[in-house]
Write a protein of this length. Structure first.
Length: 95
């Protein structure tokens, strides 16, 4: 796998979720009680600025991926241990 950069990954995830930058900014600000704007998001997607580690964690959570995937360190979106845990939880809730 060619190492992706965070900007490419952020843009890919936003487009996969069919979100405009405006929609994403509004949702992130409301969901995580933060204050980012479209200009910041655009700079992250163009790799002109980096999101802080705290914001990267929020973005990974928002998209349901690992921070490692977001940073281009792994091609695996969600580690197997998390998938296994989620499967156990969902089975337990269905009883």
């Amino acid at each position: 796998m060619e190492k992706a950069n965070i900007g490419e990954t952020l843009k890919m995830l936003r487009e996969e979720h069919e979100l405009t930058m405006d929609m994403l900014v509004i949702d992130l600000n409301q969901r995580y009680n933060i204050e980012i704007n479209k200009s910041q998001l655009s700079r992250w997607e163009r790799n002109e600025n980096d999101a802080s580690l705290a914001l990267a964690a929020k973005l990974a959570d928002y998209y349901g991926v690992s921070v490692d995937f977001l940073l281009g360190l792994t091609p695996v979106r969600v580690p197997a241990r998390i998938l296994a845990y989620n499967t156990l939880i969902s089975k337990g809730l269905k009883k």
